[in-house]
Design a protein around this ligand. Structure first.
Ligand code: KIV
Length: 258
C-alpha cells in the first residue's frame, strides 16, 4: 500500500497525474486502467442523490459506494472522502477513518481543510492512515455559490500556509479546488507532494474531475467542467433499440430464451 503511494508521489515533475471519481464497480472498472487515483467522492451526494450540498452525505453511504467501487479497482490508488461531521475532532476522526479503511479496503482517505485539521491529519498518519488533503474551495464548509480562492492577499497567505502545514503533517498529496492559477503554481513549486487541481489551472501536478461530468451524464455548468463525451446519447440509443425489438416482438428470439 505504501509503495503504491510512493509510486504516486514519484510522478511529480515526471508525468501528469490522472485522477477521477467513481461511486460504483462498473465505472471504476472502466476508468481504473487509465487513472492513477480514483476518489470515492462525497460529490455523490449531488451527482447521484440530488442533495443540495455534500453535508447530507453519511458515512454509511460512503462505505457502501466504496465497497462497490473497490470491486473494480486494481490499478489505481483508491481514496475515500470522509463526509461532513465525521472528523470533528481527532478521536472521532481516527475511529471513523479506521472503520472506512477496514470496511472499504481503501488505500487512503481525503479530508477537507488546513490549519483546523492539522492535529487530525497528524494522528491519522501516525496510525498509518494515508491522507489526501483538500484546500481552496471546501464544499463541505462553503455555503452558496463557489468562488475561486486566492484572489486576496489574506487568502493566498492562508492557502500557502495550509499547504505547507498539511505536507508537514504527512499528507501524501493535495487537492486544490478552484485555486487561482498563479497561486496554484506557487503551491505546486513550494511543496514536495503532488498537487491535484480541480478548476485550478494547468499549474498542478495532476487533475481530477467528476467522472459523471466528463462523460456528459450530468448537466453541470461549472466553469472547469469539460464534457469529453456524451454517454447519454449512447445509452439512449441502446435503450431505443431494446424498446423497438420488444415492441415488434423481435426480442427475445430462441437464442435468448430457455
Ligand atoms: O467529492 C469529490 O468528488 C471531490 C472532488 C475533488 C472531485 O472532492
Amino acid at each position: 500500500m505504501f509503495s503504491q503511494i510512493n509510486e504516486f508521489q514519484s510522478k511529480k515533475n515526471r508525468s501528469k497525474i490522472i485522477c477521477l471519481t467513481a461511486y460504483s464497480k462498473n465505472i471504476a472498472q472502466i476508468i481504473d486502467k487509465h487513472t492513477d487515483l480514483i476518489l470515492i467522492g462525497d460529490s455523490l451526494g449531488s451527482v447521484l442523490y440530488n442533495f443540495k450540498s455534500t453535508r447530507s452525505v453519511t458515512l454509511d453511504m460512503m462505505i457502501e459506494h466504496s465497497k462497490s467501487a473497490r470491486q473494480g479497482i486494481s490499478n489505481s490508488l483508491m481514496v475515500v472522502d470522509m463526509p461532513y461531521n465525521t472528523y470533528n475532532n481527532p478521536a472521532q476522526a481516527l475511529k471513523n477513518c479506521k472503520k472506512v479503511m477496514k470496511l472499504t479496503k481503501c488505500d487512503a482517505v481525503k479530508l477537507e481543510g488546513g490549519l483546523k485539521i492539522i492535529k487530525i491529519v497528524k494522528l491519522l498518519v501516525k496510525n498509518k492512515i494515508p491522507v489526501l488533503g483538500h484546500l481552496g474551495i471546501l464544499p463541505q464548509f462553503t455555503k452558496g455559490k463557489f468562488k475561486s480562492k486566492g484572489k486576496s492577499a489574506k487568502e493566498r497567505k492562508e492557502i500557502i500556509r495550509d499547504s505547507k502545514l498539511l505536507q508537514e503533517a504527512g499528507a501524501f498529496s493535495l487537492v486544490l479546488e478552484c485555486v487561482e492559477k498563479k497561486l496554484s503554481k506557487e503551491i505546486t513549486n513550494s511543496v514536495k507532494i503532488p498537487t491535484i487541481g480541480i478548476g485550478s489551472s494547468k499549474n498542478c501536478d495532476g487533475q481530477i474531475l467528476v467522472t459523471d461530468d466528463i462523460l456528459g451524464l450530468t448537466e453541470s455548468k461549472i466553469k472547469f467542467v469539460k464534457k469529453f463525451t456524451n454517454i447519454k446519447k449512447i445509452i439512449a440509443s441502446g435503450v431505443k433499440k431494446f424498446k423497438k425489438e420488444v415492441k415488434s416482438n423481435k426480442y427475445p428470439t430462441k437464442k435468448y430464451s430457455y
